[in-house]
Design a binder for this molecule. Structure first.
Ligand SMILES: Cc1cc2nc3c(=O)[nH]c(=O)nc-3n(C[C@H](O)[C@H](O)[C@H](O)COP(=O)(O)OP(=O)(O)OC[C@H]3O[C@@H](n4cnc5c(N)ncnc54)[C@H](O)[C@@H]3O)c2cc1C
Length: 470
């Protein structure tokens, strides 16, 4: 990525005063020291300053703000929890950071229809806990669920470990209320489960990364809360054996709620940071397999079957999480990998996805590229979806050699594409994959994306600099 392309837009005193009139003086942040937090997201090493942060409390305020900014060609970058790992929430071209944090109400949990109606700024885990208290379940569970928002999840079409069974966020979005660049407010759906009236605008906005509209509200599908969980870990001496087990578990008709892959370096960094020992340190790869269901017996049967398949495929052992604290510890080691790598030094995280049968080729290809560049690498992720997170890193900060990272990243993306994969499975294109999108998508495909962008946001004010090279 060479540059963000363009000079960050500043705001005049008159523009600031109009914005303050819309959201209220106390909800317009302008002091440099207060803007710092809004100039970053979860992506390491990237920063871009907004000229101001507006914190609206209603859809009407969002609509007025967008209408004004559209007229003045002021960039607007929507922000939820600012946990994006693709640089998506960074206001790289200045202007207004539109923080949705005050739109944080769960408006309704409709148990009979199995639908939650929520504002965009609701924290994902807050919604999950609220519906679970009513015996219901909202499955999308990004690792950041304690701080990311429903609006950000919709904008990134976020996934998580339990996508193996439940799919990514888009599968749960029945409709959104969205505000377009000129200020028009549109609902793309509601509580109706099936609705094919017209182009799938809902599907278009899901995953649009704040570049087409700002989501202010969502209708989300719920299912009954699983009554039982069963979790196992299977260590393998080779990558090949672990990958074979991934294919066999799914091919033989089991539907794990989660099927996670973790390579040896990833286990080493995460368990060292947590200060816990893990059995079978010689294992080159581990699978964490979880089942959920309506009752203990059903879950136990699936865990047993998956364990047998793992052993057939060459697992050294099968370790069951027999109680909730053990299950939690397994997930903590798995979820702690990203932070452990970030603590060690400078890193770049890639979010690759390939067909499941190419998992070994991807890991080996990535390691070869990293070795040649003198970088360390850990690989882990959502094996059932072929979605692996690759952290390239070297110990120590700051980044000694950004050019080395950049060249390596390009080679890794090329490898994923060569294997029939993609440059992002769940984190979004944002800034970090933007320049590599043309490796994956044809000029005709990119032309259609540009046509959609210019039809819906003709002045290019919504999250400029992201997803598409202009
Ligand atoms: C520790 C950690 C673990 C993570 N684990 C996962 C994981 O397992 N799976 C996964 O998919 N991701 C994961 N992520 C990435 C990130 O949490 C997700 O992309 C999440 O969906 C971002 O939500 P957010 O509210 O933080 O959005 P932000 O980071 O604030 O914004 C993300 C993007 O959405 C846009 N946006 C935000 N709100 C709106 C809105 N209301 N309307 C329109 N556009 C909007 C922004 O402009 C930006 O482009 C993880 C991140 C961290 C830091």
């Amino acid at each position: 990525m060479d540059s963000y392309q363009g000079v960050p837009r500043q705001l005049t005193a008159e523009e600031l005063s109009v914005l303050a009139g819309i959201v209220g003086e106390e909800h317009l942040v302008v002091r440099r020291e207060d803007l710092d937090a809004y100039s970053r997201d979860g992506t390491e090493g990237l920063q871009g300053w907004p000229a101001a942060v507006a914190r609206p409390a209603s859809t009407a305020e969002v609509a007025s703000l967008l209408a004004f900014c559209n007229g003045r060609r002021i960039p607007v970058t929507a922000q939820g929890g600012r946990t994006s790992l693709s640089g998506g929430a960074i206001p790289v071209l200045g202007g207004v950071a539109l923080s949705l944090g005050r739109l944080d109400r769960i408006l309704e949990i409709d148990e009979e229809n199995g639908v939650a109606v929520v504002e965009a700024g609701v924290i994902t885990q807050t919604l999950q806990e609220a519906v679970e208290a009513r015996g219901l379940y909202y499955p999308p569970d990004p690792g950041s669920r304690g701080s990311c928002t429903i609006g950000g999840n919709i904008a990134e079409n976020a996934g998580g470990p339990h996508s193996a069974k439940y799919g990514v966020t888009g599968r749960w979005v029945l409709g959104v209320e969205a505000v377009f660049a000129g200020g028009a407010v549109v609902a793309t759906g509601g509580k109706t489960r099936k609705d094919v009236a017209g182009y799938d605008l809902n599907g278009l906005l899901v995953g649009s990364e704040g570049t087409l509209a700002v989501v202010t509200k969502a209708w989300l599908r719920l299912v009954p809360r699983p009554a039982a969980y069963g979790t196992l870990v299977a260590p393998f001496l080779t990558l090949q054996a672990a990958a074979h087990a991934v294919v066999e578990i799914t091919r033989r008709g089991l539907v794990p709620a989660a099927l996670e892959f973790v390579d040896r370096p990833a286990v080493e960094v995460s368990s060292a940071r947590k200060g816990v020992g893990v059995p079978y340190p010689e294992a080159e790869a581990r699978l964490l397999v979880e089942f959920d269901g309506g009752g203990e017996a059903e879950v136990e049967r699936d865990v047993q079957a998956a364990g047998e398949i793992a052993l057939d495929c060459g697992a050294i052992d099968v370790v069951l999480a027999t109680d909730e604290p053990k299950r939690r510890l397994l997930w903590e080691v798995r979820r702690g990998i990203g932070d452990a790598v970030r603590d060690l030094g400078s890193s770049v995280e890639l979010d690759l996805a390939v067909p499941r049968t190419e998992l070994v080729a991807l890991v080996e290809g990535v390691r070869a590229v990293a070795n040649a560049a003198g970088l360390r690498v850990v690989v882990f992720g959502h094996a059932a979806d072929g979605n692996l997170h690759v952290h390239l890193f070297h110990e120590g900060k700051p980044k000694a050699d950004p050019a080395r990272f950049q060249a390596t990243v390009g080679a890794v993306y090329a490898e994923a594409i060569r294997l029939g994969g993609t440059v992002t499975g769940e984190h979004g294109v944002g800034l970090t994959s933007r320049d590599y999108l043309p490796l994956l998508r044809s000029p005709a495909y990119l032309g259609i994306l540009r046509a959609i962008k210019s039809a819906l946001d003709p002045n290019g004010i919504l999250n400029p600099g992201k997803l598409l090279l202009s």
